[in-house]
Ligand binder design. Structure first.
Ligand SMILES: [Zn+2]
Length: 259
């Protein structure tokens, strides 16, 4: 009988191929791709901080950092907002990447797609996290579209979506992965506070409501919510203990087989 179960167990293990992300010692490279400085921080700052604390490499990519010749505090917007985003990234333990487009010139055309795609090919991320595509802010929608098209063309990495200012900006988002951000909530707030030109307290208050709502959905006090497009065979998934909507059931996806 014992031998039967031993053989059965061995057979089951053979039937479950390991994922690269199953290796807890492997350090991953995760890109959180937002449109504006403050989007990656507000949408996925808790995730970024959690990953950085585990020693993973986190890059916050910003599609744009200025509009025309707008100025803040008497200085060019690009200068101010890059400085703020660089400080915010540092708080989270991440590094920033700035694309050179103005808010009004970053569109999802072939030339821009080539730029974004070339950068992602060079960076070789294991995972990319970006805006949910349905969003009242056209800038957010464009970045999501660019990343989505790179994902469909390139393969080699898994894609997740985050939400920002839900109701006012992100719409129709139905997450199925929840991250308890209580241990890193203070770090997330400090990173947002670096965006002094953007009235960070208002952004924080809106996201605090979202944290509480998402937390209530999964049974914790404060949570961020995500959606994985699909579990790509052979690609790591986010190495965090996600919760489900129903409660505290662990869905640490890196330890599960693709179905
Ligand atoms: Zn934005």
């Amino acid at each position: 009988m014992t031998r039967f179960f031993t053989v059965l167990f061995a057979t089951m293990m053979l039937a479950i191929p390991s994922q690269p992300g199953d290796d807890p010692g492997r350090k991953l490279r995760v890109v959180v791709f937002g449109r504006h400085p403050d989007d990656p921080e507000s949408g996925a700052g808790g995730l970024a901080a959690s990953l950085a604390r585990q020693g993973h490499e986190v890059i916050l990519a910003y599609g744009t950092a200025f509009r025309g010749d707008r100025r803040f505090f008497g200085r060019p917007e690009a200068e101010v907002r890059k400085e703020e985003a660089t400080a915010a990234s540092k708080v989270l333990g991440a590094v920033p990447k700035f694309f050179p487009y103005a808010h009004e010139t970053l569109v999802a055309d072939e030339a821009t797609l080539k730029d974004v795609s070339s950068w992602l090919v060079a960076v070789k991320p294991d995972i990319v996290v970006t805006h949910w595509p349905l969003d009242t802010h056209p800038n957010h929608h464009v970045v999501s579209s660019l990343v989505w098209r790179c994902y469909k063309r390139q393969g080699g990495w898994n894609l997740y979506f985050f939400e920002v200012m839900t109701g006012a900006q992100t719409i129709g988002f139905e997450p199925d992965l929840y991250l308890d951000i209580n241990p890193v909530r203070g770090v997330k707030k400090r990173s947002l506070d670096e965006h002094k030109s953007q009235v960070p307290e208002e952004i924080w208050q809106a996201h605090e409501q979202m944290h509480r709502r998402r937390g209530a959905e999964c049974g914790v006090e404060f949570a961020e919510a995500y959606k994985l497009v699909e579990a790509k065979e052979g690609c790591p998934r986010l190495p965090v203990n996600f919760l489900t909507r129903k409660g505290r059931e662990s869905v640490r996806t890196t330890q599960k087989r693709d179905q």
